[in-house]
Design a protein around this ligand. Structure first.
Ligand SMILES: [Zn+2]
Ligand SMILES: [Zn+2]
Length: 294
């Protein structure tokens, strides 16, 4: 079984919800029969991520994230970074620091190092442009990304060069490019979405990451998926960097019915958005396990 739990479902600037980061868990039997999942994957960890995880560890079924009333960071075995905005990476300095200093592995004397997964460019920029400022020295020496993580680079593609990695051998995870920020043209600023596939049934789930409305790029992935989690922007900005609600409403009924909307602003309770529950699978709810594959 594969499940997905949003730490939060809010936009970068949301205050009523934590930012849109998600915990994927792979289970041999399932959360009803196991206390701890067999494999974990965190998709993004923004500035509100540590507080959201601190809250999640106290929810029923998530005690494995709790050690002495603090977050047990080594329970997070893999971290996937979709892009370098603060709502997706702002919590990584804490995760890396605490893994290094609080959760030292006795056999190696080193900190606990989860695998960190993204494209080669995003991983290089993650270190050089973001994390190095706070993590670049472990006194008295210089440090690198590999002191804190096991880097795993994979290409972002729409079609099939094999998965970026697998969870418990059964679930194949791939990256695809997203049309989020443009320097000059589509896909020229590195950002990715996530395709999850159950090799046993060939069912797929799309997690859009941050993207503009891009039916030419991910339309066929959405059409063939059994479930979709799509970012949404409720405010109708003229130059959006996310899919607008009004754009997603133009998708065919069968695509909308299996689509949960996330990364939404604080205005979600406005009566204008009441129809989301009918037109889509609904607004994604934070801190609740969604079964992806049985
Ligand atoms: Zn975002
Ligand atoms: Zn973004």
């Amino acid at each position: 079984m594969l499940t997905l739990t949003f730490l939060g479902v809010g936009s970068a600037f949301a205050k009523r919800h934590y930012q849109s980061n998600a915990l994927v868990e792979a289970w041999q039997s399932g959360p009803d029969q196991q206390v701890t999942p067999d494999e974990t994957l965190l998709i993004d960890f923004g500035g509100t991520g540590p507080m959201a995880l601190h809250h999640l560890k106290d929810q029923p079924g998530f005690a494995y994230l709790n050690r002495d009333e603090r977050i047990f960071y080594p329970a997070i075995r893999n971290v996937l970074v979709t892009h370098l905005h603060g709502d997706h990476i702002g919590g990584l300095e804490e995760l890396a620091s605490l893994n290094y200093f609080r959760f030292r592995v006795p056999t190696t004397g080193r900190g606990y190092r989860p695998r960190i997964i993204s494209t080669e460019v995003i991983l290089a920029n993650l270190w050089e442009q973001s994390l190095r400022g706070g993590l670049g020295v472990i006194s008295p020496r210089r440090a690198s990304l590999s002191d804190y993580f096991q880097p795993h680079a994979a290409p972002a593609v729409f079609r099939n060069p094999g998965p970026a990695f697998t969870l418990v051998d059964r679930y194949a995870i791939s990256l695809f490019p997203t049309d989020h920020i443009r320097i000059q043209q589509k896909y020229d600023w590195p950002s990715v979405g996530v395709l999850l596939c159950d090799r046993k049934t060939n069912q797929t789930v799309v997690f859009s990451g941050d993207t503009r409305f891009d039916p030419d790029g991910i339309g066929s992935l959405i059409a063939s998926a059994s479930q979709v989690f799509h970012d949404v922007q409720l405010e109708p900005f003229p130059e959006p960097v996310h899919a607008l609600w009004s754009e997603l409403r133009t998708l065919p009924t069968e695509s909308r019915r299996k689509m949960f909307l996330y990364h939404y602003g604080d205005e979600w309770r406005d009566p204008a958005f009441e129809s989301v529950a009918d037109e889509f699978a609904g607004f994604a709810v934070p801190q609740v396990r969604y079964p992806l594959f049985p």
